[in-house]
Write a new protein. Structure first.
Length: 160
């Protein structure tokens, strides 16, 4: 079942790059008591993700934060090393929390996984963006197929 507006974010461990390598972080630590914009995508270094999705949130970081957002987070079914390298390649700096859902546990728990094995990608995340307030989803925009129209930074900024 897909997560919906009004649902609580499940408590799941994710990974992120720390000073000494990958570190575990729980979703409770990311979302509890905070206003968070989380956007997810099929894969780091892939065309739309690298050309438009992540760069849009980099460009609009200041405007999004000015709307009272505590954290902007990017999630993909990749490992922490890949997410870190992609963040560096995209000049994310410390502006966006690059979250690795390497085994797809969070993606599956929120019901936003997609089986792309026919295209040799395995099980990945659908492309989406959500606004989460104190652990509860207040907005959820899931793309319908391979389009990129409702999960971009500009759309999320308007919802804030």
């Amino acid at each position: 079942m897909t997560i919906s507006v009004g649902d609580k974010i499940p408590s799941v461990e994710l990974a992120m790059m720390g000073h000494d390598g990958p570190e575990t972080i729980n979703t409770d630590d990311i979302f509890s008591g905070k206003k968070v914009v989380l956007f997810a995508l099929p894969g780091a270094f892939t065309p739309t993700c690298s050309a438009a999705h992540l760069p849009g949130f980099v460009v609009h970081h200041d405007a999004i934060k000015a709307k009272g957002v505590d954290t902007i987070a990017c999630l993909s079914v990749n490992d922490a090393w890949v997410m870190d390298a992609w963040g560096k390649a995209q000049n994310v700096e410390n502006n966006i929390l690059m979250l690795a859902d390497g085994s797809g546990n969070f993606t599956s728990a929120v019901g936003l996984d997609v089986d792309l094995t026919a295209r040799h990608f395995g099980v990945r995340s659908q492309r989406y963006a959500m606004i989460v307030e104190d652990g509860v989803v207040s907005h959820l925009n899931v793309e319908d197929g391979p389009v990129f129209e409702v999960s971009n930074a500009e759309t999320i900024l308007k919802l804030l």
